[in-house]
Design a protein around this ligand. Structure first.
Ligand SMILES: Cc1ncc(COP(=O)(O)O)c(C=O)c1O
Length: 390
């Protein structure tokens, strides 16, 4: 576990580096990619061992092992989150983006509205629109530098066509860990307005010391009759390429409907995803994540304080995730100028805040899950690119 090791991911077909030029216009030759949400760290030994064992067996045909993998998922949820998740209530999807799309197909009809709390992971909007459903934004409010849901404003804006809330917990971007009271208020809102609650908790393990992520069924057990839980080992262990997510549905009727969609589309798990998820959800995996979070904590301090030293630039306080959320409003510059400085002067590719919906317009998102030396370099480059601001 040497998170300081600089590994060269160029030439490995990884989107973050090898797809950067075509997606962002910034060349990976000399620029630092801080966009895609994956990490520039070597995979844990327990993942390598499991993959090696797979290679040695040289059996890539149809396979068993999904039940054991689901038991490992249940073990992890109990051990790390105090959530008693029933393996019989789990489905394995093709990543969690697929899990979201399947929820939309199963529980909503074209034209239905789906509520999201913006700014939020930009793919929520894309998936809702791709399905022919309608995005209903509920902008988060910033109070004392922290995001809050505004359920009163949302209530006043309801059209009656809303069917579902697509919730992100912890929140991406800005790494907000929601409190028991906030989760209870949202659950109550969903009950009052007969909304399904899809809780995307993909970032649940990436929580800093002193914070506790509350899995929705732990925080509000009585909401399980309208709750769909989305989890995956992929953010925690950097295995997004293995495309495996877990959708857990406690309510029998909701589960039967989801099962029908899975059957209609003939979705079954893939071998590598099963092997990696099973290996990740282990004691070795737990030790690795604990060490990772200590390391990321140092990166967070370095990044948040370093960019906040630039006059007019504010990085939001983060309770979870490695996705720094930086507000450029008080620089007085328009975002075209800000983005130009970040990409062409600092030579950094961030994610563009406007893509995260209302409230994200003046922000950029920076992924600092990289060896510390590279994060330090990114901070220096940003300070230099805005050194004229006093
Ligand atoms: C909140 C959230 N959900 C889902 C995903 C994507 O999941 P997957 O790669 O399994 O499709 C991401 C990726 O960044 C995310 O941040």
């Amino acid at each position: 576990m040497n998170f300081d090791e600089l590994i060269d991911r160029r030439g490995t077909n990884c989107t973050k580096w090898d797809g950067m030029q075509s997606a962002t216009g910034v060349s990976a030759q000399d620029a630092i990619p801080m966009w895609v949400a994956d990490m520039d760290f070597r995979a844990g030994d327990f993942l390598q061992d499991a993959t090696r064992a797979l290679l040695e067996k040289a059996n890539y045909g149809y396979f068993t092992g999904e039940p054991e993998m689901k038991r490992a998922v249940a073990w992890w949820m109990q051990e790390r989150h105090g959530w008693e998740a029933d393996p019989a209530a789990m489905f394995s999807t093709y990543g969690l983006g697929n899990g979201i799309a399947l929820c939309l197909q199963t529980y909503t009809d074209p034209g239905d509205e789906v509520i999201i709390f913006t700014p939020v992971y930009h793919e929520f909007t894309a998936k809702i629109r791709n399905a022919g459903r309608v995005v209903k934004e509920s902008p988060l409010r910033i109070e004392n530098g922290v995001y809050h849901m505004d359920l009163d404003a949302l209530e006043n804006a309801l059209s009656g066509r809303e069917k579902m809330v697509l919730f992100c917990s912890p929140h991406n971007p800005a790494g907000r860990v929601w409190s028991a009271e906030e989760l209870a208020a949202l659950a109550n809102f969903c009950t009052c307005h007969n909304l399904l609650l899809v809780s995307d908790e993909i970032h649940h393990d990436l929580v800093y010391t002193g914070q506790r992520h509350l899995a929705f069924p732990v925080a509000v057990p009585e909401v399980t009759d309208r709750l769909i839980m989305l989890t995956s080992s992929s953010k925690t262990f950097n295995t997004a390429g293995s495309r495996l997510g877990t959708v857990t549905i406690q309510d029998p009727d909701l589960r039967a409907r989801f099962s029908a969609t899975m059957k209609a589309l003939n979705i079954s798990p893939n071998l590598l995803g099963c092997v990696l998820t099973h290996a990740a959800y282990s004691q070795e995996g737990a030790n690795w994540v604990d060490a990772l979070m200590c390391y990321l904590d140092g990166n967070r301090d370095l990044f948040v304080s370093g960019v906040s030293d630039i006059p007019g630039v504010k990085a939001m306080t983060m309770q979870a995730t490695y996705l720094g959320w930086v507000d450029f409003t008080d620089t007085g510059m328009n975002m075209t100028e800000v983005i130009n400085r970040v990409t062409t002067q600092a030579r950094i590719a961030p994610s563009i805040g406007a893509e995260f919906g209302t409230g994200g317009e003046s922000f950029l998102r920076f992924n600092f899950a990289a060896p510390r030396a590279r994060v330090a370099e990114a901070v220096e480059r940003l300070q230099a690119a805005f050194s004229d601001l006093q």
